[in-house]
Write a protein that binds this ligand. Structure first.
Ligand code: ADP
Ligand code: ADP
Length: 225
């Protein structure tokens, strides 16, 4: 069985069909991109995996456990959303430590993990800075470190690079790929940018009107119209 199994997931908002019976299987450690135009259902699927949105029909199974009715805090994911900002009044180190404090980690373990995460994303020298004292790329690195600090097996990313300029985007694309490789975490990445999807993914799920209309490796998706 796949690590993450989404079965016949449906969600309506009034008369708007956001998800129309979506099936998606993701293997452990895979980098899967949800690609499609605005309004095609990508964010709704991501929010459903997180448990922030309750589907009308269908199910979500993570590592053999049906989590469809499980609260978000009892699922196993980190999130980096475009609008999911760092806590502005906290330093980078305190932002990264936050999910660990919530989970009542011991102080020494938190210090060690924060150091490890700072080094993983290359922010060792900026641990004491506030988010507003960081560049856009540095803020995204800090957000990634915070999302991964407690060791989730799934990372949900909703257009995390769309606010960055082109050259920084390319740097952060490489950075994301490196993080994916080094952590072995399963990445579910949402974008409407075909080039970005092509550059980064193991597989791409192409969304249209709440359905997956194509699924495959980038080279297979690219060839078809
Ligand atoms: P995408 O992420 O691909 O842009 P979304 O999943 O955000 O697509 O949206 C899918 C459809 O559902 C869109 O038509 C959107 O307007 C609608 N939708 C999403 N969230 C809500 C909501 N909370 N209330 C009403 N409509 C929504
Ligand atoms: P994205 O830029 O990823 O497509 P959106 O801006 O569409 O995301 O949605 C951001 C948030 O607003 C989500 O929580 C989504 O559920 C909600 N939302 C999206 N469309 C609508 C809508 N038509 N009415 C109410 N809420 C919406």
């Amino acid at each position: 069985m796949a690590f993450l199994d989404i079965r016949k997931l449906s969600k309506n908002y009034g008369s708007t069909v956001a998800l129309d019976g979506v099936d998606l299987s993701v293997n452990a450690g895979e980098f899967v991109t949800l690609l499609g135009p605005s309004g095609s259902g990508k964010t709704t699927l991501l929010m459903s995996i997180a448990g922030f949105t309750q589907p009308d029909d269908g199910g979500i199974v993570i590592d053999g456990v049906d989590v469809t009715d499980v609260d978000p805090e009892d699922r196993d994911f980190g999130v980096v959303f475009q609008g999911y900002a760092l806590f502005p009044h906290m330093t980078v180190a305190d932002n990264i430590a936050f999910p660990l404090k919530v989970r009542k980690w011991a102080k020494a373990d938190i210090s060690a993990k924060v150091e490890e995460m700072l080094s993983l994303v290359g922010l060792d020298k900026l641990a004491g800075r506030k988010p507003r004292e960081l560049s856009g790329g540095q803020q995204q690195r800090a957000a990634l470190a915070r999302a991964l600090s407690f060791g989730p097996r799934i990372l949900l990313l909703d257009e995390p690079l769309s606010a960055l300029d082109r050259s920084l985007r390319e740097i952060m694309q490489r950075e994301l790929k490196r993080l994916h490789k080094e952590t072995g975490v399963t990445f579910i990445f949402v974008t409407h940018d075909q080039e970005e999807a092509y550059a980064m993914s193991d597989r791409i799920a192409v969304f249209h009107n709440g359905r997956i209309v194509q699924m495959g490796a980038p080279r297979d998706i690219y060839r078809k119209p």
